[in-house]
Ligand binder design. Structure first.
Ligand SMILES: [Zn+2]
Length: 69
C-alpha cells in the first residue's frame, strides 16, 4: 500500500477568524476625514469623537455570560 504523502510546502491558510491578537487597521474618519487607527475594524476618532458602528467590527463582541440563578 502506497501512502500518498505530498512533500510540498505547507498550505498557506487564510487568516483565521478568531485571531489571538486584534488587528490594527486604519480608516479615514467619516466625519472629519482624519486617518485614525482602530482595532478589529472598530474606530473612534479622537478629533471629532466619531465612532463607527460596533457591528462594523471584524469579529462579534463577546457575549455577556448568562445569568445564573
Ligand atoms: Zn473625526
Amino acid at each position: 500500500m502506497a501512502t500518498t504523502q505530498e512533500p510540498g510546502p505547507p498550505t498557506r491558510s487564510e487568516t483565521p477568524q478568531s485571531s489571538p491578537h486584534p488587528m490594527i487597521t486604519y480608516i479615514g474618519c467619516a466625519q472629519c476625514g482624519t486617518e485614525i487607527a482602530g482595532l478589529d475594524g472598530r474606530y473612534s476618532c479622537s478629533g471629532c469623537g466619531w465612532v463607527n458602528e460596533w457591528s462594523d467590527g471584524h469579529r462579534p463582541l463577546p457575549e455577556a455570560p448568562p445569568h445564573s440563578g
